[in-house]
Ligand binder design. Structure first.
Ligand SMILES: [Zn+2]
Ligand SMILES: [Zn+2]
Length: 436
């Protein structure tokens, strides 16, 4: 396949105009292959995401018109010259990706071949880039160019190109039966939620609770006991707080519940948000999950003050072992600091703006806090996120239900209104169909 197969002419794209709050649907030239590793994807669905609001509001000093959106699913319509059966020693898709394959993209480009990508830190690939930014047109369009697509894309038409803990049959059936609107959650919100949960659960500060061995023996393979006094049952309870119950916060909570249930870890989990409608969504999601998926632990959805009291009550004033901060602002980080225990971990996956962190070095010292910040390496998280998506179709399968993360699917003509309403918190997650 070569660039000769690229559709020509113009296509529709949602574009942002400076300085802020200006969204238009424009007819612009269809993107072309610019580099042999490029692929052109015909977008089937593209989602609107909370982090799109940073640019929408004019934060971050961006002042050039560009195509919005970093969450999309679609079909390959053109491949650069790097693709073919002789692409030796490169990511599998350079050999196997074909025109017509269904693909979902992570929100960032990642080559899949450099040191950073090989370690699994794909969100920070040196050749990377964020879709829907001035540097790289986004997916809220009829077509999108995907650089380094052999390392970036996830080929839903060829399940042999990724590993899964699911039985082969389950995986195949999933690909036949799961709706595109559900698979689209792989682009960002689900891997980011899984990432937040896994970062916390795998953090060294959490290890004593999980292994039942005190610091520093929690990492030793033999049965050395570090203390004269052995652990009590309550020492083995993992207390987790999730701050912010937008779609990513819900995904993080569901992921955390799944990890805790799968590993049979006793827990206390509180999901926190000041907005009642978000708490109601979280409760509906929790009620939808089957008994097995809920694990053996206490679960609460609370507003801020009630949550503080609950954590105090659960832990006799010690605080949460781990806090997942899924908002990305000063008050959320302040709350995380307040409720985390000494020797606790704060995992922050929200996109933070310019304001400096509200706590001092002294405060961090006084609580021995670990801060684990930053963007999810979503391509690296796709395999576990895909498995969870399949397992939790009760939550991730619907649209517009009380427990659904997606509110509705709309056409491009409503783009400006939808952005406006989304920014004002009047609607939940929305998906655009560029062909409607
Ligand atoms: Zn997103
Ligand atoms: Zn890379």
């Amino acid at each position: 396949m070569t660039s000769t197969e690229i559709p020509s002419g113009f296509h529709k794209a949602i574009r942002w105009y400076p300085p802020a709050y200006d969204i238009r649907v424009d007819e612009v030239p269809v993107p072309r292959i610019q580099h042999p590793d490029d692929v052109i994807v015909k977008v089937k669905l593209a989602a609107l995401c909370g982090s799109d609001l940073h640019i929408y509001r004019g934060h971050g000093g961006i002042n050039s018109v560009h195509v919005c959106g970093h969450e999309f699913i679609g079909e390959v319509v053109a491949l650069g010259e790097s693709y073919g059966s002789d692409a030796q020693g490169r990511p599998a898709l350079y050999s196997s990706l074909k025109v017509g394959d269904k693909v979902v993209s992570p929100f960032t480009v990642n080559c899949g071949e450099c040191h950073v990508c090989r370690l699994g830190y794909t969100g920070r690939c040196l050749d990377g880039g964020l879709f829907g930014s001035p540097a790289l047109d986004g997916g809220q369009a009829q077509y999108v160019r995907v650089p380094k697509a052999g390392g970036t894309l996830f080929n839903l038409s060829n399940p042999s190109t990724w590993s899964s803990a699911l039985p082969e049959e389950t995986k195949k059936n999933a690909l036949l039966n799961i709706a595109d609107s559900s698979l689209l959650m792989l682009a960002d919100i689900l891997p980011t939620g899984v990432f937040a949960a896994l970062q916390a659960i795998n953090h060294p500060k959490v290890a004593p609770v999980i292994t039942g061995k005190p610091w520093p023996h929690c990492f030793s393979k033999d049965d050395v006991l570090g203390n004269e006094v052995s652990f009590t049952e309550s020492d083995r309870i993992l207390t987790v707080a999730v701050i912010g119950l937008g779609p990513v916060g819900v995904c993080a909570t569901v992921s955390m519940l799944d990890v805790l249930a799968t590993r049979k870890i006793p827990f206390q989990l509180v999901a926190i948000d000041p907005v009642e409608s978000r708490r109601e969504k979280m409760k509906a999601v929790y009620n939808t999950i089957d008994v097995e998926g809920k694990g053996t632990g206490d679960f609460a959805v609370l507003a801020i003050d009630e949550a503080k009291a609950k954590i105090g009550e659960w832990t006799a004033g010690v605080g949460a072992t781990a806090v997942l901060e899924v908002v990305g602002n000063t008050s959320a980080i302040n709350l995380a600091y307040e409720v985390v225990r000494a020797f606790g971990v704060i995992v922050s996956v929200g996109v933070h703006g310019e304001p400096p962190l509200p706590m001092s070095g002294r405060q961090l010292y006084n609580k021995n806090i670990s801060l684990d910040f930053g963007r999810c390496p979503s391509r690296a998280m796709f395999p576990p996120a895909f498995d969870l998506l399949v397992k939790r179709q009760d939550v991730f399968g619907g649209i517009g239900e009380p427990a659904s993360l997606v509110d509705r699917i709309v056409d491009f003509s409503q783009a400006a209104d939808i952005y406006r309403a989304f920014e004002k918190n009047q609607i939940g997650k929305v998906i655009f169909d560029p062909w409607k």
